[in-house]
Design a protein around this ligand. Structure first.
Ligand code: ADP
Ligand code: ADP
Length: 223
């Protein structure tokens, strides 16, 4: 089953009088439960591609089809619902809200979508991420690895079909990075998700089923 299909995708940013071609005709197909790493030099278009797959921006040309739906043909409201229900996001700097507890951070995506908490599932993922004892803490008291495990739980809480991770281990030491990547991998298998991750680190990319190499907005080599 194909979960994501990217067709002839291009993106141009206008900056003053100059145009930046961030993506130049990218094609990509990702299957259910696949774990894809996107690698490439800084400025090669990795974040742009991830943002377009996640419905966070609009392409210049081309299509992004997720679960058989052309996401940029959706209305803004439909796209917002798509982002909330189908995608879980993980960022390099965790993006946790400092003024609320770990538990409230994890539950926030459900709250934004007016959805009920599945307590059994919450319990399962916090046990799985080994953050059960930290639920009433505030993010500032956690280590980097703990913060990222909280962020992974937050991404999982809505049971999305796709997890998009932008440099999830970029701010972690080698051992913590390895632990976090293994948990992300296990959660993909356990909860049947597709994982698309950007990384600069070849040893982290080596955990993926497949690596996509972006250079100057194009995929190079076989994929
Ligand atoms: P990375 O290489 O880790 O993706 P970047 O520094 O390239 O990080 O980009 C970080 C964020 O800043 C991205 O969300 C990107 O869209 C945005 N960004 C990058 N370059 C520019 C720019 N020239 N003008 C405005 N925003 C930019
Ligand atoms: P990467 O994630 O591989 O570092 P990005 O997708 O962030 O690459 O950026 C690709 C190119 O697009 C870069 O030249 C970057 O400066 C530019 N860019 C990214 N976001 C913006 C933006 N919001 N405005 C203008 N230029 C941008």
């Amino acid at each position: 089953m194909e979960v994501v299909k990217v067709k002839d995708l291009s993106k141009i940013y206008i900056e003053g009088y100059t145009k930046v071609m961030a993506l130049r005709g990218v094609n990509l197909s990702v299957k259910e439960k696949e774990f894809i790493a996107i690698v490439g030099p800084s400025g090669s278009g990795k974040s742009t591609l991830l943002n377009l797959i996640g419905g966070l921006d609009k392409p210049y040309e081309g299509r992004v089809i997720v679960n058989n739906k052309d996401i940029y043909k959706m209305s803004d409201e439909e796209l917002t619902i798509f982002r909330r229900r189908e995608i879980g996001y993980i960022f390099q700097f965790y993006n946790l809200i400092p003024s609320i507890t770990v538990k409230d951070n994890i539950l926030l995506p459900l709250e934004l979508d007016n959805r009920e908490v599945d307590s059994k599932y919450l319990d399962e993922i916090v046990s799985f991420m080994n953050i059960k004892e930290m639920l009433n803490f505030y993010p500032s008291s956690l280590s980097g690895g703990q913060k990222q495990r909280v962020a992974i739980a937050r991404a999982l809480i809505t049971k999305p079909s796709i997890i998009l991770a932008d440099e999830p281990t970029g701010n972690l030491d080698t051992k913590t990075a390895k632990d976090v990547i293994n948990l992300m991998k296990l959660s993909v298998l356990k909860y049947h998700q597709t994982l698309i991750m950007i990384t600069h680190d070849p040893t982290i990319a080596a955990h993926a089923d497949r690596t996509i190499n972006l250079v100057d907005g194009r995929i190079i080599g076989g994929n």
